[in-house]
Design a protein around this ligand. Structure first.
Ligand code: XMP
Length: 319
């Protein structure tokens, strides 16, 4: 792709100019954006980049292993796997307000980064995979008063106290452009095609209080749901799909017994950039089969809803 080839060269030049001979740390989230940013920066400055993968305990099933093996083993990018799940889940214990969750996670991310940044000699920069929609959605509705819909924990600049400057090579790009750039950089198609995943992770797919039990159920259910989508050849038609665990239990019946388990919401949307979205029109057959599979295969779920809200008025995530 000519445009992305030119963008890549220009971005690499700019990263080298900005960074000089200093070191950069990059927070990997497991998502496409931070991964593309990391590979681009690695191409520009090699081992001056160290990636820090913060495992907040809010990742999807097998996600941590996949990210670590791709970056450390496949790309040979220096990577610190920071398993801080006890810290994050401890601070989130008993918290149900969405903005409070985001603020806690955002603050801990910065604390954790600070801790690892301090261990890396001459680290003067922090790289982030911030995209253009993140930049504008966090700032204001155009023409209107400055209103934040949801505070994105990876946007808004870093507190002065961190003493790190930002490198944000994707700031001018939309999602589809980031994918084109990832392709240009040789990232595997299966990885580039992955649906977006938010920095706060499963925390915002678990409305109400977050518990380890709910997270475990959610991870299993989400994996079955995504497997269904792939088996039906729908993954690439959908912009983002995920399960969310609802903060309620309902009564069901299984075999001779009564169940009293969690209800799950399934979400799937089509979108260009995440700023507006339409719910995905699955067939009834698909929905019925998926609900049956999830309830049969995932212990702790006995009811499945499909969320047919578009954005606006809904947001893509439940929080
Ligand atoms: P919403 O829910 O605001 O989501 O319609 C729009 C897109 O942004 C993702 N999202 C986030 N990404 N940090 C991120 O990196 C965040 O705090 C965050 N909140 C939402 C969401 O997954 C969707 O793709």
């Amino acid at each position: 792709d000519w445009t992305m080839g030119a963008y890549r060269e220009e971005a690499i030049k700019q990263i080298r100019e900005q960074v000089g001979d200093k070191n950069v740390i990059c927070g990997l989230s497991g998502g496409v954006d931070s991964s593309v940013a990391a590979v681009l920066i690695h191409e520009a400055i090699g081992d001056q980049l160290t990636c820090v993968f913060v495992d907040h305990g809010l990742l999807r099933k097998n996600e941590a292993d996949e990210v670590v093996s791709m970056f450390r083993d496949h790309y040979n990018i220096p990577l610190i796997h920071a398993d801080e799940s006890d810290l994050f889940l401890g601070e989130l214990d008993g918290v149900s307000d969405p903005e409070t969750k985001r603020k806690i996670i955002g603050k801990l991310f910065i604390d954790v980064f600070q801790k690892y940044a301090d261990q890396i000699d001459d680290a003067e920069f922090l790289a982030q995979g911030t995209l253009y929609p993140d930049v504008i959605e966090s700032v204001s509705f155009s023409g209107g008063p400055s209103v934040t819909i949801k505070s994105h924990h990876n946007v808004g600049g870093l507190p002065e106290k961190m003493g790190l400057k930002l490198v944000e090579p994707l700031r001018e790009l939309f999602k589809d452009e980031v994918r084109a750039l990832g392709h240009e950089l040789g990232l595997p198609a299966s990885f580039i095609g992955r649906h977006p995943f938010p920095g706060p992770g499963l925390a915002i797919r678990c409305p109400g209080e977050i518990t380890r039990e709910k997270l475990d159920i959610l991870r299993e259910a989400d994996a079955v749901y995504i497997d269904q989508i792939r088996k039906h050849g729908l993954y690439d038609e959908i912009w983002q799909a995920f399960a969310a665990i609802l903060p309620m239990r309902t009564v069901g019946v299984m075999g001779d017994g009564r169940t009293y388990d969690y209800a799950l919401a399934l979400r799937a949307v089509t979108s260009v950039d995440g700023m507006t979205a339409d719910y995905y029109p699955y067939s009834h057959e698909f929905l019925g089969e998926t609900a049956t599979r999830i309830i049969n295969e995932v212990k702790g779920v006995n009811r499945v809803f499909y969320d047919c809200t578009s954005k606006p008025p809904g947001t893509i995530e439940l929080e």
